[in-house]
Write a protein that binds this ligand. Sequence first.
Ligand code: NAP
Length: 278
Amino acid sequence: MNKRVTRLYPLPSGEYSLQGLYLEQALHAPGCPDKPFVYSNFITSLDGRIAIASKDRATHLVPTAITNPRDWRLYQELAGQADLLITSGRFFRQLKIDEAQDVLPVSTHANYADIRDWRSRHGLPPQPDIAILSRSLAIPLESLEAYRDRRILVVTGSAADPRRIDQLTAAGIDVLFAGSGTGATGDELVAKLADQGYRSLYTIAGPDVLHTLLEAGVLDRLYLTITHQLLAGDDYDTLTRGSLLAPALGMQLRSLYLDTHAPDGASQWFSVFETRRA
Ligand SMILES: NC(=O)c1ccc[n+]([C@@H]2O[C@H](COP(=O)([O-])OP(=O)(O)OC[C@H]3O[C@@H](n4cnc5c(N)ncnc54)[C@H](OP(=O)(O)O)[C@@H]3O)[C@@H](O)[C@H]2O)c1
């Protein structure tokens, strides 16, 4: 982790330590009571793959070729600054069948002790709370057990299955309604989470959840690691999907770092984009 990255933007260029690169951004601070700061993070190949089907799995896998500890370090640093993680029903179903990429951050591994210390120094609880977005409410309760040390919320629409809502509430899970259909809309989601007192929301779900946020114009910042690899494949996920965003959502590059030390046999960019607001 002590190999440095090169800042390409903004200029002037320079060499920076990877450790602390994102943690120093203090993302717990910019949110305000009626508008939490909303940020998301993805890793993608050069040809835009975030997850690919594989013969031996029921669900798509984040390609092992692109995952690497240096990107994972930054993923954990972003989680370190969050009041709340936004994940999905899909994650807990993957957890149940042992296909999830990893447990939810912040990691308790010794390598990330500085991130946990950072949280404590900045008055944040040891772990961010968890919001699970789901339309189906097919959330295996046993997969939640490992996270009972934090508050767990499920966010859905008011037309979601009442039987499943009852099962969740009976298990001590708070259910919030953030839309009139079966799912949540981005603006109601953020408003409801603001009402609960959350100021920094870190979205670690996939393309559908990202679309929910983009469509409502509530995403503030996108952290995007692009590995310099081409994967091809026929059955894959990319950053977002859903109805066309019209007009296209313009984003502004905030920073760009070149990392020549991972993944194996390639390099990667750590890019940060902000949504361009009128
Ligand atoms: N490379 C990366 O950085 C990266 C990042 C994230 C994910 N991934 C991978 O990408 C793959 C695809 O992700 P995914 O399709 O599972 O994630 P997703 O497209 O974000 O959606 C997952 C689930 O979220 C719930 N959901 C989404 N929008 C909602 C809304 N507006 N209201 C209520 N619920 C909503 C639904 O849950 P229910 O089905 O429970 O209704 C949906 O099935 C996965 O294999 C994942 O591991 C990769």
